[in-house]
Design a binder for this molecule. Structure first.
Ligand code: KG4
Ligand code: ZN
Length: 342
């Protein structure tokens, strides 16, 4: 089989990305434009700003990826785009760009589930050796989701957050402590110096028997711990470095404990021997350490996507080849599906 190439487009949240990937998994060209600076002062992604920024960047980003690959649009095998889940305005930009190019270049269109792609990033790090079946955990700024993954495109939704995502909770706590945005890395850095038992924060839903998560109560508990109920203005807050570190450590422990406990139960129940982990929060050292310890005790293997494939990117759109193999193409009237988690 010739090593055909496809163009994958990603614009589900605040990263505008395009990649040219071959059937054998080679990355010939890649470009990512991040929007962190645009959203920083709001301590979170502002959907309207994200959509406008995607609109400005999408064509230059695609052009750069194609140029790097040295490939003209007409030589592509297909065009793939993440059409679900994500921010509506952001998704629309990628989907409209992909449909337009598919029509202009007369190429088949493939619609990618962004969450399935996050877990496929683990497969990409492994080469031809299959990582399936496995339980998949996606922990990012927008998602906290558990799947039973039979193969790359056949995933069974087990559960997910009923309110905030794990990364979102990290970002909100970082905002309360004025640690910048996105704040996960900073919270983790402070946590490393703190006492994780200094504050007793809730482990919501840890023992409820479901595969769902909830982090909004934890976020509120952190707020009460540092400013008390009622007061909202964090800008004038004066906390000692020791207290800041203790808050971060206790908060991080609460998030990680729940993630690990629930994931562990899901693996046992599903009877699989492997865990796939994707999303930005997978960079968290405490999460990695505790998952590794659980894996040793329970005898399963942990496959974490490499850092550059944990955060949003278009290379993981290589999952489209698995869909092409199954004749799973989209039509030119493809629409976005913002809320889909399954
Ligand atoms: O997957 P991702 O790049 O993007 C979106 O969800 O859009 O994930 C970003 C999230 C942010 O919430 C960020 O604070 C969090 O991942 N994050 C971390 C760490 N590094 C990034 N959270 C905890 N510990 C980290 N080391
Ligand atoms: Zn993502």
């Amino acid at each position: 089989m010739p090593d055909d190439v496809l163009l994958a487009i990603e614009s589900t949240c605040d990263e505008t990305a395009a990649a040219v990937v071959s059937r054998s998994g080679r990355v010939l060209g890649e470009c990512i434009a991040t929007q962190e600076k645009l959203h920083e002062r709001f301590s979170g992604v502002v959907p309207e700003i994200a959509a406008r920024a995607h609109l400005e960047r999408i064509l230059p980003v695609i052009d750069t990826a194609l140029r790097e690959a040295g490939i003209g649009g007409r030589h592509l095998h297909a065009i793939a785009v993440a059409d679900r889940p994500g921010l509506a305005g952001s998704l629309l930009v990628g989907v409209v760009a992909a449909k337009t190019l598919a029509m202009a270049w007369q190429k088949p269109l493939v619609a990618i589930n962004h969450l399935h792609a996050h877990l496929y990033a683990c497969q990409l790090s492994r080469g031809p050796e299959s990582v399936y079946p496995a339980v998949g955990l996606i922990v990012s700024g927008g998602h906290t989701t558990l799947y039973l993954c039979h193969d790359p495109v056949n995933l069974e939704y087990l559960g997910g957050t009923i309110d905030d995502a794990a990364g979102e909770a990290f970002d909100k706590v970082a905002a309360m402590l004025s640690l910048g945005f996105p704040g996960g890395v900073e919270v983790a850095r402070w946590a490393a110096r703190g006492n994780d038992r200094a504050f007793s924060f809730p482990r919501s839903k840890q023992h409820d028997g479901s595969d769902d998560f909830s982090f909004s109560g934890l976020k509120t508990a952190v707020r009460y711990a540092i400013v008390g109920p009622g007061r909202q203005d964090f800008s004038t807050l004066q906390l000692s470095d020791e207290t800041k570190a203790d808050v971060c450590a206790s908060f991080e422990a609460a998030v990680v404990d729940v993630l690990v406990a629930k994931t562990r139960k899901a693996i046992k129940r599903c009877g699989v021997q492997r865990l796939l982990v994707g999303g930005g929060v997978a960079a968290n050292q405490r999460l990695r350490r505790d998952l590794a310890a659980a894996a040793e005790q329970d005898n399963f293997e942990v496959v974490i996507a490499p850092p550059e494939l944990c955060t949003d990117n278009a290379v993981m759109g290589a999952i489209a080849w698995k869909q092409i193999d199954r004749n799973d193409f989209a039509s030119l009237d493809l629409d976005i599906t913002p809320g889909l988690q399954r």
